[in-house]
Design a protein around this ligand. Structure first.
Ligand code: FDA
Ligand code: NAD
Length: 485
């Protein structure tokens, strides 16, 4: 079977793919060696913009303004950049079949792509109400948000239903960010979610009370403790009403649904080990199949800090996991190409990798398999320039922005939570946060309204995990720190 062949293929053209491409260039990928295959029609971009400035009536963000890697303060990778570097961007191309044993991918149009090394970066898809057979959930203007095409549909609906009514189904990230974005567009917004408070997977009742109060002050109505069980449409098939389980009926010209995401692993089912809903990887993002890596939303990886295995659906991890995987696979590809007899590879030799002079200790390893050997190599730290490929030692980092608000969270939200600061939703400049304490140590910190320095400080606390002898003292100290800031 003919087809295009590449040394490296990234399947998926989102955040991870963009950051991976930049790292491949740093590692000296040669023209023609790398292809990115994406279902989307545009080069990798910073997905978080879609639920924020993309929907604003003023100061609107549009491509090419938010292509990666601007989100992390890096150079913006325009489509021309990929051309200059000889990276093939294969857009508007959905892969519908992956054969990991044959190292072959097949697109919906029947094109065949062969690879030597594959990076799976397919991200997540939205969970739809039609998946549960919710009555009338296929009506027009019941919208979701994952990709730029979805965002364009939302922009159209906002224009068309000017000053209309929207019901937001879901009280998580999409629910909170989209309620704010629609309200800023002067739409009458009602949020509906089943839990007793918004964003329960991260927020405590105390944190949520602030956001619910703030949103209410901005005119967002909140209906808790119930779900949407059906929709009525008009003769054009456009949604008009949302029926709730508690019997209430809400008017709606637009419905936005944010009831969670699902990692896109279907293509690889039965071919690769999975765990916690994602593709299981080691700390180098290698999967159970040789030469196949998984990064971003789809990867279930060892979280060293908590001695746990996790999947993380946030942009910071998408960026960092991609960079880690590329460092590792570039390094291993170099090792393979420079070793004729891998089982006797002599690490004492010096080699020039991408201009960096690397010299390794002399070790002749007695090992059973080439794969184990490569793992050990990848874990080797150090060389004369101090380059390292350490295991991934990730500190979870989540953030969100809506209205004039901006919060950051680092660490783990387990144990006892201690709220501090001014969390009055009517405050002109609210600033508050929460610590999570487990086994006598601070393991997580949340801060609303922090300055860049304060955000750096909370990241440090979550990483260092200082011991807490007395919760009252900690609460007092935290209050003092915030009032000084
Ligand atoms: P990502 O979803 O970015 O990319 C996957 C790509 O793969 C897509 O281009 C998709 O089309 C493509 N693909 C999938 N299957 C394919 C196939 N079979 N063939 C070809 N291509 C295929 N996080 C955060 O920390 N802060 C924030 O503010 C936000 N905000 C935010 C807003 C919105 C609207 C969303 C949807 C998500 C966020 N996130 C976020 C989450 C963050 O964006 C997310 O974790 C990363 O984008 C994940 O990066 P990935 O590269 O794993 O997937
Ligand atoms: P989520 O998991 O954050 O929230 C889902 C919410 O859906 C739950 O909190 C619950 O309130 C609600 N829910 C569940 N079933 C429901 C039902 N039947 N009816 C009404 N409500 C129901 O998921 P999301 O907000 O849809 O976000 C999707 C993905 O996008 C996630 O991966 C998320 O991390 C990502 N995202 C992240 C950010 C950010 O990090 N700032 C922003 C937007 C999106």
């Amino acid at each position: 079977m003919a087809g295009k062949s590449f040394k490296y293929v990234i399947i998926g053209g989102g955040v991870s793919a963009g950051y991976a491409a930049r790292e491949f260039c740093k590692q000296g990928v040669k023209p023609g060696e790398l292809a990115i295959i994406s279902k989307e029609a545009v080069a990798p971009y910073e997905r978080p913009a879609l639920s924020k400035a993309y929907l604003f009536p003023e100061g609107t963000a549009r491509l090419p303004g938010f292509h990666v890697c601007v989100g992390s303060g890096g150079e913006r990778l325009l489509p021309e950049w990929y051309k200059e570097k000889g990276i093939e961007l294969i857009l508007s191309t959905e892969i519908v079949k992956a054969d990991l044993a044959a190292k072959t991918l097949v697109s919906a149009a029947g094109e065949i792509f062969k690879y030597h090394i594959l990076i799976i970066a397919t991200g997540s898809t939205v969970i739809k109400l039609t998946d549960f057979g919710v009555q009338g959930a296929d009506a027009k203007n019941i919208l979701y948000l994952r990709e730029i095409d979805d965002a364009d549909k939302l922009v159209e609906a906002i224009k068309e239903k000017k000053n209309g009514k929207a019901v937001i189904v879901g009280g998580g990230y999409i629910g909170l960010e989209l309620s704010a974005a629609l309200r800023i567009n002067n739409i009458d917004v009602t949020m509906v979610y089943p839990e007793p408070w918004c964003m329960p997977r991260l927020f405590t009742a105390g944190i949520a009370a602030f956001y619910e109060g703030y949103y209410a002050n901005k005119g967002v109505k909140i209906v808790k403790g119930t779900v949407a069980v059906g929709f009525n449409a008009d003769s054009n098939g456009e949604v008009k009403e949302v029926k709730l389980k508690d019997g209430r009926v809400l008017e709606a010209d637009i419905v936005v649904v944010g009831v969670g995401g699902r990692p896109l692993t279907t293509l690889f089912k039965g071919q690769v080990e999975e765990e916690k809903g994602g593709i299981k990887t080691d700390a180098f993002f290698k999967t159970s199949i040789s030469d196949v890596y998984a990064v971003g939303d789809v990867a279930t990886f060892p979280l060293k800090l908590y001695n746990d295995i996790r999947r993380v659906e946030h942009v910071d991890h998408a960026r960092k996991s991609a960079e880690q995987a590329v460092k590792v696979c570039s390094f291993l590809a170099f090792v393979v190409s420079s070793s004729s007899n891998p089982s006797e590879f002599n690490l004492s030799r010096s080699a020039s990798v991408n201009g960096a002079f690397i010299s390794y200790f002399t070790i002749l390893l007695e090992i059973s398999t080439w794969r184990v050997f490569r793992d050990i190599l990848a874990a080797i730290k150090s060389n004369e320039e101090g380059k390292t490929i350490d295991v991934y030692d990730y500190l979870p980092f989540f953030y969100s922005r809506s209205f004039d608000l901006s919060w950051q969270f680092y660490g783990d939200n387990v144990g006892d939570a201690v709220l501090f600061g001014d969390n009055d939703p009517a405050s002109p400049k609210p600033k508050f946060g929460s610590y999570w304490i487990k086994d006598g140590k601070v393991v997580g910190v949340f801060l609303e309204g922090g300055t860049p320095d304060e955000n750096k400080a909370i990241a440090k606390v979550a990483r260092v995990q200082p011991p807490v002898e007395n919760l009252d003292v900690l609460t007092k100290e935290a209050r003092k720190a915030v009032s000084k800031g």
